[in-house]
Design a protein around this ligand. Sequence first.
Ligand code: GDP
Length: 312
Amino acid sequence: MSAPKIRNVAIIAHVDHGKTTLVDQLLKQSGAYAAHQAVTERALDRNDLEKERGITILAKVASVVWNDVRINIVDTPGHADFGGEVERILNMVDGAVILVDAAEGVLPQTKFVLGKALARGLKPIVVVNKIDRGDARPDDVHNEMFDLFAALDANEEQLDFPMLFASGRQGWAVKDLADPRESLTPLFDLILSHVAAPNLNVDAPFGMVASILESDTFLGRVLTGRVEQGRATVNMPVKVYRLDGTVVETGRLTKLLSFRGLDRVSVDEVSAGDIIAVAGLTDATIPHTIGSMDLQGPLPATPIDPPTLSMT
Ligand code: GDP
């Protein structure tokens, strides 16, 4: 079996610059909602919850399919609540979409997370969003972004960032403001062309780094991360390592989950490059390595720092 075609991309923005609305439109335009309601009942639960609360829930990972390529979109916190969280998220992706409000312009979290993405060597795609606002300043904000990249020591390739103007609310993105405002197709296409496919060894022993920890009512402890190498099958025995190489536990992956739309579906096998979630372990946490019995030790990961007290 060949590895599925995947892109892993982080979405970054200052709060309120439109991440949730844009991801919601990407899901709608890719047909994720329709396809996925047929597949899983939990999607319906989620919809009921949304109706009840009157909001759209932006999952940590949303997954859409475009031209047969699955795009995992990972939400990135805009601030440093626990040292290393942003880095761990960015370590799972090969690209980033950075949204900036066309009226508000660059704000502190735009700067904070862009700095981390550039330091990680990513080549972000810039989306100047909310162009429908009466007070939008598209050209000024484009220049602000260019200055910000330069101030953050972007290299030449990063400085040459692709940019789209968009309205997440109206569901369109364009390269040029004179282009017809029809859909988010230009953004989907840009993600496929600009973000590299994960290039990881599928034949090595299985290993993933736990990067997000959640507790699920039905599944218990759920750990999300990217499969860094190899493949795993459901019920496979695994060893969990701390960064110092000591073994935390041995256990079995009783559930393997892959992301679809805003939900997760149970799968029998996962392979290097996909962002997945696993259940069945009792002590594993961030940033442990979960690996097959023949993996020789932990994979590189960003350690957990104490909470960052001062943030800019
Ligand atoms: P997030 O905090 O980045 O997830 O931002 P949201 O998607 O929740 O949006 C924040 C606010 O901006 C909400 O009131 C949205 O309705 C509004 N908003 C989002 N996208 C657009 C847009 O494209 N145009 C306009 N005018 N408003 C938008």
